[in-house]
Write a protein that binds this ligand. Sequence first.
Ligand code: BES
Ligand code: MN
Ligand code: ZN
Length: 499
Amino acid sequence: MEYSIKSGDPTKQRTACLVIGVHSRRQLTPPAKLIDKASKGYLSQLLKRGEMDGDAGQQLMLFDVPGIQAERLLLVGLGKAREFDLKAYRKTISGVVKTLDKGQASNAICCLSDLTLNDASLYQAVRDGVIAAEEALYHFDQLKSDAKKNPRPLKRLTLFLNDRRYTKKAQRALAHGQAIANGMTLAKDLANLPGNICTPSHLAAQAQKLGRGNTKLKVQILEERRMEALGMGALLSVSRGSRQPAKLIIIEYKGGKSGSKPVVLVGKGLTFDAGGISLKPAAAMDEMKYDMCGGASVIGTLQACAEMELPLNVIGVVPASENLPDGDANKPGDIVTSMSGQTIEVLNTDAEGRLILCDALTYCERFKPAVIIDIATLTGACIVALGKHTSGLLANNDALADEVLAAGTHSGDRAWRLPLWDDYQPQLDSNFADMANIGGKEAGTITAACFLSRFTKKLKWAHLDIAGTAWLSGAKKGATGRPVPLLSQFLLNRCKLSD
Ligand code: BES
Ligand code: MN
Ligand code: ZN
């Protein structure tokens, strides 16, 4: 969809639909007051009659409203003014856009973005308005042979501001919103594709496509031969049971000064996780096509970076592989040697994410990262601990952890920190190798991070476990695009560009 910013007098706007808010109880917002005046009290009479009282979620489509130029007017309830925060605003935009997309108006002017939000700036309202709109319109039907098309979809949404002075700031917010939304859409599309289409080679090809036509993006794919030469025994051991070759995707975005240390993002790109010889149960195994969501979020964030032209160096690294049972697959008890030289006893072949990540993390030492963040659908235990709302965060550096948490809160894509104390490390003891790849029943998310911490000692490192947040199950099954908003916010904050 197309977005734009406009300011002026809402009563003078020629548009297929003007979107105006009312707070409960029957409290007109400033643009609603202007329209009420121009229409000689049409809106206040309507409210008095009890057609609507402004509760959150209410919508009323009006035609032929006197005194204005718009063909229609969509009156939306915003709930109590005191409680109207960024979250409520996002939800309102989402509802509005869905109604408009189903209706007859193909363009609209929305007068909600500069209402006083008690917890957000105008920049954020505009940016998150665009993101909420794009999320509401997202659908994945590229594999349906009879995809239903809206007869008259919404094509253009104009965010209306009262005050002309903010136009420039709003324009930047709009561009950022579009970039982040596009990054999320890319991440969702890649993730929603099934394992037979989205293979490691497909992920690599999509990353390479990003690199074409953007001089600031350089994409490089390492093949298995190269991984062997580098000694990536852990990564390659996971891929051995698969007929699809593993790929190590490296996307470099050079927006900063040459020589300034990059932020490195590493995403787990397991395009299908059957568990290997430690086979998973059949129920919901299809959802393991989402085991590459960390990688998809890295690719999406790098696209967003490039689109926002951030003055920063960022490198995205995605180890991509399948994890399948096979005569040549990892067997429980096998011992593999990682690129770091540390040996690993593979007690459970389903704990494969950490095996592909540890070699990718060691590889990244060469980039001399300012900080490194890995993103992975790593443990079912994280869903038990935090549910589907919150990503798990573990880090070996407090300042970095705080920065990641703040970016999550700021973007509404929240994470919560779990401890990475040494007390947990002995759970990884092995009788036969330097470490085991599992740490037993207790604290599974923490022991997984403990495992990774043994490969990031030289780095300022944070780990996001997105097993719960990367996709939804049940009737709403689908990728969420998380944590692209958190990661984008993190990068924006690093260049002080987010307000
Ligand atoms: N990809 C899974 C983690 C996962 C499971 C994410 C369910 C989302 C939903 C990972 O590779 C895995 O299988 N982890 C095991 C680790 C265990 C064997 C120590 C798990 O969580 O059960
Ligand atoms: Mn697994
Ligand atoms: Zn996995």
